[in-house]
Design a protein around this ligand. Structure first.
Ligand code: ATR
Length: 275
């Protein structure tokens, strides 16, 4: 019988994960089935218990269950522990092992796919929620010269910086103060949820000047206000999170199956042009 995997979320109808993992399985000749599960909002653990009883080998987790999955696991990788959330589980007998590949997926997309170096560069990240938290350690591991974290609610950014103290050159700022700090950033990443509502974080006018890359974590939203502002200030490379989505899936696939799929073809199939 084929090994079983799934993605769980609510809602789940628009998830690209079954397509991505199905394509990876075909490309690498792996015998598996991958389904989409709409988890009950208050019944994550019961639904996952059931899936495990049916012999499942692993699970991807999307909103709103990343914290539930973290709590459900009995072993945590360092990236899951640091992110405080899990986007992937592996089941081995009684072991429920949690991983979080979102941050590494983002870094691989920026450095390998988009060809933008982060080492020695100045990086600006907007947001201090779950998405930003997951990216902090993988970003700092790239050894940027400075990583500036900016958030509307300053206290959240300060709390994150305290948690990651000693991991690298992390600086916190409010949006208004950013104008004084800005000496030019090489990479600007929008890890807020503003674009999901068509909103623009309150960035001062000059932050994109000289930047090589503006990266929007949300995907499939076309030219969001953030990307439009970056384009208007002359940023040459604009990207949304489709590459991150596929790269985190590839990391999960390697972890589960021990085989690395190539990602370019799947990214191309899912890319919605930014115009
Ligand atoms: P996620 O898991 O997607 O990161 P989250 O944990 O709810 O979601 O965090 C959302 C992030 O987007 C927060 O950093 C939030 O800023 P606040 O902490 O000040 O609320 C940020 N955010 C959402 N809408 C925003 C907007 N219009 N402008 C700036 N930041 C925004």
């Amino acid at each position: 019988m084929s090994d079983r995997y799934a993605v769980i979320g609510n809602p789940i109808g628009f998830s690209k994960s079954p397509f991505i993992h199905g394509t990876f399985a075909k490309m690498t000749g792996q015998d598996l089935v991958y389904e989409a599960i709409e988890g009950p909002i208050d019944g994550f653990s019961g639904r996952v218990d059931q899936f495990r009883t049916e012999g499942a080998k692993g699970l991807n987790i999307t909103a709103p269950f990343k914290l539930d999955a973290f709590a459900y696991a009995n072993e945590l990788s360092e990236s899951a522990r640091r992110a405080g959330a899990a986007n992937c589980l592996k089941f081995e007998g009684d072991r429920i092992i949690a991983e979080n590949f979102d941050g590494i997926g983002l870094v691989r997309d920026i450095t390998a796919n988009l060809g933008v170096k982060m080492a020695g560069r100045r990086v600006l990240m907007l947001g201090a929620g779950g998405a930003a938290r997951g990216a902090l350690l993988p970003f700092l591991r790239q050894q940027p010269s400075e990583l500036v974290l900016v958030n509307r609610t300053l206290s959240k950014a300060v709390a994150l910086a305290e948690e990651f103290a000693g991991c690298g050159p992390l600086i916190v700022s409010g949006y208004a103060e950013l104008a004084d700090l800005a000496e030019g950033y090489d990479v600007v990443v929008n890890a807020t949820s503003a674009s999901l509502r068509g909103e623009m974080p309150p960035l001062p006018g000059n932050v994109f000047q000289g930047a090589e890359l503006a990266y929007e974590l949300a995907y499939g939203k076309g030219l969001t206000p953030f990307l439009q502002a970056a384009r208007a200030e002359g940023v040459a490379k604009l990207a949304d999170g489709v590459g991150m989505l596929v790269e985190q899936a590839a990391e999960a696939f390697v972890w589960w199956r021990g085989v690395r799929p190539s990602t370019a073809q799947v990214i191309a199939a899912l890319t919605v042009p930014l115009s």
